[in-house]
Every structure is written in C-alpha cells, then in structure tokens.
Design a protein around this ligand. Sequence first.
Ligand code: PNS
Length: 193
Amino acid sequence: MNEGIAIYPGSFDPPTNGHLDLIQRGSKIFEELVVAILRNSEKSPMFSVAERLEMLRALTADLKNVRIDTFNGLMVEYAKSIDAVCILRGIRAISDYEYELQMALMNRKLEPTLETVFMMPADKYSYVSSRLVREVAQAGGPVKGLVPEVVEQKLREKLDPAYRFHDANIVAAPADEKKSDRKTSDKKRKKKA
Ligand code: PNS
C-alpha cells in the first residue's frame, strides 16, 4: 500500500462499472483515494454534479479509504490543495493512450511533483465509456452490466417517461407520441412482447 493521497479525477457522467472497477483497484493500492468530479466541464452533462456525487458516494460506501469530492479549474491545483501525491487514470485500450499521455505530460509540466499512475480496468469493461452508456440509454438500449444498478435506476428515472426499462431490455416509446396516447400504446407494446 502506497502512503499518501491519490486523486482519481474525471467527469463520471455517469459512473460506469469500469470506473467502479478502477476505484476498487486503486483503493487497494493507495492509502487514500479521492474520486474528484470536475464541476466546470464545457460539455452539457446528463447528470448534475450533485447527482454524480450522490451516485459515487453510494457506490463506494463500503470502501473506507475512498472519498468523493468535486473540483473546479486546474486539476493539479486541486490535487495540491488536498496534498495528493498521485493522479490515477484508467487506460482501457491503446486508443486512450494518446490523450492520457498528453494529459499526464501537461499535468507534469504544471506540477512536476505529481505522478500519474495508469491502471487497466477488467477487460470485460474495456469498451465501456460514459459517452457510449449515455448514447445507448438515450436511444432506448439496455445498459445492464455496463453500469452499477444504482446508475441504471438513475438513468431510468432520467429518461422516464419516454422509456421504460425492463430487466435486460428497454422499450422505447416513439418520441412524437402524445402523453395521452402513451398508456394505450404501452398496452399494445406489452401485448406484442
Ligand atoms: O473523465 P474525463 O472527462 O476523461 O476526465 C478528464 C479530466 C476531468 C480529468 C480533465 O479534463 C481535467 O483534469 N480537467 C480539469 C482541467 C485541467 O486541469 N486541465 C488540464 C489537464 S491536462
């Protein structure tokens, strides 16, 4: 176990099983792991920072050396403010490498005392990203197994009433369907299924 605080920064919109896998691995290696959600992302997020904070807190409640926080501005500045000595990032495939290398070297230029450590999530999550999870869920596809159940539930709430998730399946109501018509066609869809 390495002494000191490590920071695992990211957008986590939403947290995936790949993120959780990396948090679990990181928590075994570092004395304390701070999962830090970027607050001032340029992208318009699907989940608010408060929602992501709540999901990540629920997901890591059993990991005593993991803390969830948020940050604004430069990540290295935040890392310094909490006395972190290490930045943890995940690399799923070679396609992640170029961006991660650039970011790690820029962060080193900004703060030479902070080391970036890369870890690989389990290979079964090597194709899972928050962006693809959002895309699949928004298009009415199943996300079971890609995200923790608490996140699946939040996606269900977020996309309701246009979508009704079933166990491993999602039935999408046509986008132009009037609310008043939805009950009737829901019944028809059920009959067909
Ligand atoms: O999950 P993501 O979106 O890949 O995480 C990217 C993140 C949040 C780690 C990165 O964009 C970041 O650190 N942003 C904060 C601003 C900053 O420090 N930029 C310089 C990084 S080289």
